[in-house]
Design a protein around this ligand. Structure first.
Ligand SMILES: [Zn+2]
Length: 131
């Protein structure tokens, strides 16, 4: 049985290593915005190399772009149907601010989603020492 902490969803939410779901992919929490680019090269628990090959995470750009588009559509939807169609500049300002504010979040989760989806890594349960 998987415990709550090393289920796939929890491991992704906490940006854990895809192989052992124990080590952290990032050195800081996502709200520590000035340090959001600090990325661990290897897993501290199982020494798994996160960057599978040079430029591996370039593909995460597309994930980040898709997330940004989804976010833009959601904010457009909210402004139109819930706020009640404000002036056009409100749309633009809201979307720009959201994209800036959520940049660390997008950066982090685009990489998490990318490595989990395209890294071809199997979860090796025996590496996870948490009971
Ligand atoms: Zn690991």
């Amino acid at each position: 049985m998987e415990t709550k902490h090393n289920s796939l969803g929890m491991a992704m939410a906490h940006a854990k290593c895809p192989r052992c779901r124990q080590g952290d992919m990032f050195q800081y929490k996502w709200w520590q915005v000035t340090k959001f680019l600090k990325f661990n090269k290897e897993c501290s628990a199982c020494n798994f190399r996160f960057e599978r090959e040079p430029g591996f995470f370039d593909g995460a750009m597309y994930v980040s772009y898709a997330m940004s588009v989804a976010m833009t559509l959601t904010s457009w939807f909210v402004l139109y149907f819930i706020v009640g169609d404000p002036p056009f500049k409100v749309y633009i300002i809201t979307i720009i601010i959201l994209n800036i504010v959520l940049l660390p979040f997008l950066f982090r989760y685009s990489r998490v989603i990318f490595i989990y989806a395209f890294g071809g890594i199997k979860y090796e349960k025996q590496l996870n020492k948490e009971k």
